[in-house]
Design a binder for this molecule. Structure first.
Ligand SMILES: Nc1ncnc2c1ncn2[C@@H]1O[C@H](COP(=O)(O)OP(=O)(O)OP(=O)(O)O)[C@@H](O)[C@H]1O
Ligand SMILES: [Mg+2]
Length: 263
C-alpha cells in the first residue's frame, strides 16, 4: 500500500503575520498518538475552522495550544514561543479556551461564572463588556442569578462562551459550541459566533462542517491526527472532497488488522 499523501492539501498562509503559528505539533497519551505532527496558522483577525470526525484529534490540538496537554513541536503566539508556558500564563496572554463540555462552576450563578472570565483578563483592556455579552446572548439576561447546574445545555454553552469573551481573548479557542444542542439553540449560538469572529481571532472546532464554514475565513480538516485538507470555505465546498478528507488515511497494510484509535 503506498504511503498516504494528502494530495488535496494546499496550505495557505494567512495574509498578515500569524497571530498563532504551530509547527510539527504532536500529542500522545501513553500509547495513543492523537496528533501526529501538524502545522497550522491563524492570522490576525482570522476565524479558522478545525473540522473532523470523532477522535480526529481536534480537542487534543486545542488542548496542546492552550498548554493543557503535553506536546512536542513549536507553538508561537504573538511571536513568542509557548511550549514551556503554563495554561494559566497563556490564558493571561489572551489565549482563551472555551472547552468541550462547557466546564462551568456548577454552584455559581450564570453571572458569577461569566465574571470569572475577568480573572484571566488581568489588566489587559476589555474586548467584550458584560453588557455586550448579554447583547450577544439575550437569553442569559433573565438567568443571571440561576446556578449553572440549573441551566440547560445551550444556556451553559452561552455562559461558557461569554466567560471566554470576558477574559479579553486575543485568540479564542471554541471547542464544538454546537455539540448536543437543539437546532434552534445552535442557531442562537452561531448568530453570536458570527458576531464574535468580526471582533476576535478564533479557532473554531466543529464536527458540523457546514456550520463552521459559514463563519470561518479558512479551515483545516483533521483525520486520525493529520491534516488532510485545508483552504477557504469556497475551496472546501465540494461536499464529496470534504467528506473524503474526514476519512483517516490508511495507516497499515489492509492485509493486516487496521490501526484502531483507543477510544
Ligand atoms: N486523556 C486521554 N487519554 C488517552 N487517549 C485520549 C485522551 N484524550 C483523547 N484521547 C484519544 O486521542 C484521540 C483524539 O481525541 P480528541 O479528543 O482530540 O478527538 P476529537 O477530534 O476532539 O474528537 P471528538 O469530535 O469526539 O471530540 C482519540 O483516539 C482519543 O481516544
Ligand atoms: Mg473533541
Amino acid at each position: 500500500m503506498p504511503a498516504h499523501r494528502p494530495t488535496a492539501v494546499h496550505v495557505e498562509s494567512p495574509r498578515s503575520d500569524p497571530l498563532l503559528a504551530v509547527r510539527g505539533l504532536r500529542v500522545s497519551y501513553g500509547g495513543v498518538d492523537a496528533v501526529k505532527g501538524i502545522d497550522l496558522e491563524v492570522g490576525q483577525g482570522e476565524a479558522v475552522g478545525l473540522l473532523g470526525a470523532n477522535g480526529a484529534g481536534k480537542t487534543s490540538t486545542l488542548r496542546a495550544i492552550s498548554r493543557l496537554a503535553a506536546t512536542s513541536g513549536t507553538i508561537d503566539f504573538c511571536g513568542r514561543p509557548l511550549v514551556k508556558a503554563s495554561a494559566d500564563s497563556v490564558a493571561r496572554q489572551g489565549l482563551v479556551h472555551v472547552p468541550e463540555g462547557r466546564r462551568l462552576f456548577s454552584s455559581l450563578s450564570a453571572e458569577e461564572n461569566l465574571r470569572t472570565g475577568a480573572v484571566a483578563r488581568g489588566r489587559r483592556p476589555e474586548v467584550f463588556t458584560l453588557d455586550e455579552v448579554y447583547d450577544l446572548f439575550p437569553a442569559l439576561v433573565a438567568l443571571q442569578d440561576r446556578p449553572a447546574w440549573a441551566l440547560s445545555g445551550g444556556e451553559q454553552q452561552m455562559v461558557a462562551i461569554g466567560r471566554g469573551l470576558l477574559a479579553a481573548p486575543r485568540l479564542l479557542l471554541l471547542d464544538e459550541p454546537s455539540l448536543g444542542l437543539a437546532p434552534v439553540v445552535v442557531t442562537a449560538v452561531y448568530r453570536a459566533v458570527a458576531s464574535i469572529v468580526d471582533r476576535v481571532s478564533v479557532i473554531l472546532v466543529e464536527q458540523n462542517a457546514a456550520l463552521a464554514l459559514e463563519v470561518c475565513d479558512r479551515a483545516y480538516v483533521l483525520a486520525a491526527g493529520r491534516i488532510t485538507l485545508a483552504g477557504r470555505p469556497e475551496e472546501l465546498g465540494d461536499r464529496e472532497a470534504l467528506m473524503a478528507s474526514y476519512v483517516a488515511p490508511p495507516a497499515t497494510d489492509p492485509a493486516r488488522p487496521a490501526e484502531r484509535p483507543g477510544r
